[in-house]
Design a protein around this ligand. Structure first.
Ligand code: IDP
Ligand code: MG
Length: 149
């Protein structure tokens, strides 16, 4: 079972798209196991985006992600990482497929609304940066047998 860290970035919150974005993952069939509304600190942003430290857009990326509140979530499922990346769409919203979150709501790479982990290993790692074990919920979903064979 994979886990993916999903963030509704500050533009998604400010534009009133939290519910819309969360609904996409919920309807897809992923299972929510953790959620918080929070403001990312500089330290957390640098830890989360440390892999991009040498990229020219790093400074702008850290100020973007810390510019307002976000929704942090952990979603679980078979192939959760790839499924969520499909629901999110390509990094550059103007090139993202219609029907994806970025393809439906975004125009620019620096305002691309949502984060999703890029590998199962990073899903586990990123979830643990944002959530303690006791903040993740083990629950039985009533519809499970209609989503998972
Ligand atoms: P991803 O979010 O689709 O996984 P990454 O390549 O991991 O994309 O980049 C992380 C984030 O950095 C992107 O979501 C976007 O917000 C930002 N970013 C990536 N490339 C650029 C760029 O060329 N200019 C500005 N921001 C960028
Ligand atoms: Mg990435």
């Amino acid at each position: 079972m994979e886990r993916t860290l999903i963030l509704v970035k500050p533009d998604g919150v400010q534009r009133g798209l939290m519910g819309e974005i969360i609904a996409r993952f919920e309807r897809r069939g992923l299972k929510l196991i953790g959620m918080k509304f929070m403001q990312m600190s500089q330290e957390l942003a640098e830890e989360h985006y440390g892999v991009h430290k040498e990229r020219p857009f790093y400074g702008a990326l850290v100020s973007y992600i810390t510019s307002g509140p976000i929704v942090a979530m952990v979603w679980e499922g078979n192939d959760a990482v790839a499924a969520a990346r499909g629901t999110i769409g390509a990094t550059k919203p103007s090139a993202a497929a219609p029907g994806s979150i970025r393809g439906d709501f975004g125009m620019e790479i620096g305002r691309n609304l949502v984060h999703g982990s890029d590998s199962p290993e990073n899903g586990i790692k990123e979830a643990s940066i944002f959530f303690n074990d006791d903040e993740l919920v083990d629950w039985n979903r009533a519809t499970e047998a209609w989503i998972v064979e």
